[in-house]
Design a protein around this ligand. Sequence first.
Ligand SMILES: *Cc1c(COP(=O)(O)O)cnc(C)c1O
Length: 413
Amino acid sequence: MKPSGPIPADYIRRDGALMIGGRSADEWIGIAGDTPLFVYDLAIVRDRIARFRAAFPGVSLHYAIKANPHPPLVRAMAGLVDGIDVASGGEARIALDAGMDARRISFAGPGKRDRELALAIEEGITLNLESEGEAERALAIGRGIGRTPRLAIRVNPDFELKGSGMKMGGGAKPFGIDADQAAQVVRRIVDGGGDYRGLHIFAGSQALDPQALIEAQASALALAARISREADVPPPHVNLGGGFGIPHFANDTPLDESLVGDALSAALAGRDPILADAEFTIELGRWLVGEAGVYLSRIVDRKTSHGETFLVVDGGLHHQLAASGNFGTVVRRNYPISLTNIADSATVETVSVVGCLCTPIDRLGDHVGLPRAEVGDVVALFLAGAYGASASPQAFLGHPPPREITVDGTGIL
Ligand SMILES: *Cc1c(COP(=O)(O)O)cnc(C)c1O
């Protein structure tokens, strides 16, 4: 048997039935109509937002919707966070349709097309510029349509977030403007008639070590001050990045966000005077929504081959690529996994849970310990709230898309 990650403590069982929000998982399947089904529980998201607010007083919270763009979830988020970060024109549309004030939306991401720049400028969304060329195009489009573009600079930091699952700073990167070129682009925005909105410094994702985040935030603060002094322009806004991780695998320890918050409060209290009036933001995706989602799929077949027991489910990596270990992971490890119903008398056996795709990489649980399950039972994969449905190759092999519901208490949003 190989270990699986920890099931988030938010989930309880009632008479053996897995509860999500105010109903059992099977009730939600009945309401949604069928499996495979993603259920996102807004109560868990609210809990994470409250934890952030307690740990980071005075710091703004943005939601990075690439983690989960399910429109009902984004609509709810729009009323709970201070801003939404998008990375395409499509995501910008979702954020606007969710009712988010355009002035609280920022748009990062490489390769923005002219029509995406125009949409942002027209709506008053802040563009986090990824290159000098993009700055020139944005200024020209603004002049062309008679609107002042709101422009911030995404900086390619000269440091990295240590222990980060995905490094997005340090060295040559397609993201952002190199730290040593940033000041001249700040000047260009101001001189070119743009509405300069500040700096965006994102150094990586999926960090569980508070010390790594504390160092990255201190470095981001110092870099923001250095660039602002060099440009001689105080930034209205400094986005310090995010990168808070959640435990996915056995032996991962949850992040203690209060340590990071205390250190940031101290660092902000002693900040360079050029940052005195800046608004500071942290942008989070996975940490806010990852643990709020469960992916439910039903067992279609149970078979043995060369002594290994396989449970074949009606879902798979076309919906939950990350759990199969094929979304930016080096070594495949098991996400937390369970059954929706567990009888008291159930004995645990070692099984591999595989999806319905005709490829050997479609493995959702590898030699995991589960109570004995039969055809018709439902498997629950946790941590499905981030980088699930929208980050998986849904067209691969022609199976139907998953159902998705965002729930609050006993109701669907
Ligand atoms: C992906 C991304 C995020 C969100 O990362 P999480 O690990 O989900 O918190 C935030 N900011 C930027 C710029 C990103 O590219």
